[in-house]
Design a protein around this ligand. Structure first.
Ligand code: KIV
Length: 257
């Protein structure tokens, strides 16, 4: 399969081709998603909830991110592979660059950082250091404790204008794409139209340039909570439980001579 690059992803928006993106946290999942032709894989810090059993993403460390980025990179996917800069890894531009480099050394081809105008110095520093950077606007999961939950963004005129300004500023700083999480669909459409780079939505309506989901949510594998924007029509966990129980019964039925 031809290697997907940052330019491939940008060209998809230019051609009006929607970008399907999913999260991956380990080698077998990266192999599976790559074989299915998903062009954009993210080692998200959602890792914290769907793999590591934390209550939210604020517990995820740089070493945990590196560990999982290495596992995904070992699959050598054709897909473009990115990684989240976790909670408090970007307090200063220098820290952002150091941590972005750590993720690149682990195998990431780009990093994703949460925040808009307030994070511009960090975004500029990462990009100046030669690391491709994807922005993340709208609901910022690393701020869930401050915000007291996962709330839809961009519902007022002022909030919509701020999202557009954030997206334009990140793009001007050199971000190659923007993830837009839990944004009112009409505001998400405005953001996608305002910038030339791909806007990849999650729970932000159909008018984004692409869609990203947390893969265990898509597959019905997330043990605790599946967000409202995920169509819950596939329950891999249920199927797996049947297979495991069936196997357990075959073991229990073995009668030795
Ligand atoms: O952490 C993550 O998986 C993400 C996606 C939901 C976009 O940021």
């Amino acid at each position: 399969m031809t290697k997907i690059t940052i330019q491939t992803i940008r060209d998809m928006k230019a051609r009006g081709e929607k970008i399907p993106a999913l999260t991956a946290y380990d080698y077998p999942m990266a192999r599976l998603l790559d074989a299915a032709g998903i062009p954009f894989l993210l080692v998200g810090d959602s890792l914290g909830m769907v793999v590591l059993g934390y209550p939210d993403t604020t517990h995820v460390t740089m070493s945990e991110m590196e560990h999982h980025v290495r596992a995904v990179a070992r699959a050598r996917p054709a897909a473009l592979v990115g990684a989240d800069l976790p909670f408090k890894s970007c307090e200063t531009p220098a820290a952002a660059v150091e941590n972005a480099r750590r993720l690149v050394n682990a195998g990431a081809e780009f990093v994703k950082m949460e925040g808009g105008l307030e994070m511009l110095p960090q975004a500029r520093a990462i990009i100046a250091a030669g690391v491709p950077c994807c922005g993340h606007l709208g609901m910022l999961p690393q701020s869930v404790l401050e915000e007291g939950g996962y709330h839809v963004k961009g519902k007022t005129e002022a909030a919509r204008a701020r999202l557009v300004d954030d997206a334009k500023a990140l793009t001007a700083a050199g971000a190659f794409a923007i993830v837009l999480e839990l944004v009112a669909p009409s505001a998400a459409r405005d953001v996608a139209r305002a910038v030339a780079v791909p806007v990849i939505g999650i729970g932000s309506g159909d008018d984004c340039d692409g869609q990203i989901l947390v893969t265990p949510d898509l597959l019905g594998l997330s043990p605790d909570f599946i967000p409202r924007h995920v169509k819950k029509n596939f329950h891999l966990a249920r199927r797996a439980r049947f297979a495991i129980m069936e196997w357990k019964q075959t073991v229990q039925c073995i009668r030795n001579e």
